[in-house]
Design a binder for this molecule. Structure first.
Ligand SMILES: Cc1cc2nc3c(=O)[nH]c(=O)nc-3n(C[C@H](O)[C@H](O)[C@H](O)COP(=O)(O)OP(=O)(O)OC[C@H]3O[C@@H](n4cnc5c(N)ncnc54)[C@H](O)[C@@H]3O)c2cc1C
Length: 233
């Protein structure tokens, strides 16, 4: 992609390299103006954070920009297809895009703006803020976090047999560990990330499930069972 020195002024500076920012820069250039995009992350940074394999509501022609066709395998595009599409358009059009540069302040007036970024200052006659709002997700405030969920889920797998049928642990525990490994190995093939730390959380959870189950068995289930045992004749 073309990269002008930071000091060279442009007609239009676009803040944000999402679909709208790219479309604005293209429209400006097609009108004979010089344009530059300043993006704090990657091209279409918001979409990078969307769920893997997410299907758009819109059909392709509603997402197209600059007259470039968006080819899709299905009726509606997936996140991955859209990311490839917008990045492909930016590349084919040889747009001037500055990535990994966050805009901090815009000062000045029409005809003479100064755009301060984490990497310097850009001068522009006009500025478009195409900063969207989808790159700031409202994360579900679930207490505990991901690793705790792994731990609890795997404790729940081994707890019942540890508490009620300890002999089954000889296959339940290895099966739980193999299951944990398999999950992490399969994930990269379905657009997710396998994490060794997730497996460690699974293993610790499985052992905690065993410990709690055995404890329950010894201090409650066995004494209760003995109490209710009929005396032998
Ligand atoms: C689950 C989901 C499904 C959707 N489905 C559809 C659909 O079917 N059809 C549809 O039309 N729309 C859909 N949308 C919405 C669509 O993705 C947005 O409308 C589109 O991304 C908006 O583009 P944008 O360029 O305005 O903003 P964004 O894509 O959010 O881009 C803004 C960019 O600005 C950058 N930025 C922000 N602040 C700064 C800064 N200070 N300095 C530098 N860069 C900065 C960000 O990193 C980002 O790359 C969907 C959204 C979600 C979350």
């Amino acid at each position: 992609m073309k990269s002008l020195p930071p000091a060279s002024p442009v007609d239009l500076l676009v803040v944000g390299g999402g679909p709208i920012g790219i479309a604005c820069a293209l429209a400006a250039r097609n009108a004979g103006l010089s344009a530059r995009i300043v993006e704090k992350g990657a091209i279409v940074n918001s979409m990078v954070g969307y769920p893997s394999q997410m299907e758009f509501f819109s059909t392709p022609e509603l997402l197209e920009i600059g007259g470039h066709p968006l080819a899709t395998r299905r009726y509606k595009p997936l996140r991955e297809e859209a990311i490839d599409y917008y990045r492909g358009v930016a590349q084919r059009e040889n747009l001037d895009i500055r990535l990994g540069e966050r805009v901090l302040a815009v000062t000045g007036n029409a005809g003479a703006f100064s755009v301060e970024t984490t990497r310097g200052v850009h001068e522009a006659r006009a500025v478009v803020l195409a900063i969207g709002f989808f790159d700031q997700p409202n994360k579900l405030d679930v207490p505990g976090g991901d690793k705790t969920h792994h731990l609890i889920a795997f404790a729940a797998l081994t707890f019942p047999s540890a508490a009620l049928y300890r002999r089954a642990l000889i296959w339940v525990l290895p099966a739980a560990l193999i299951y944990g490994i398999a999950i992490e190995l399969i994930q990269p093939y379905v657009g997710r990330h396998g994490e060794r730390v997730d497996f460690y959380a699974d293993a610790i959870g499985a052992l905690i499930g065993v410990a709690l189950g055995v404890l329950l068995n010894v201090i409650l289930i066995q004494p209760l069972a003995k109490k209710h045992q009929r005396p032998r004749a």
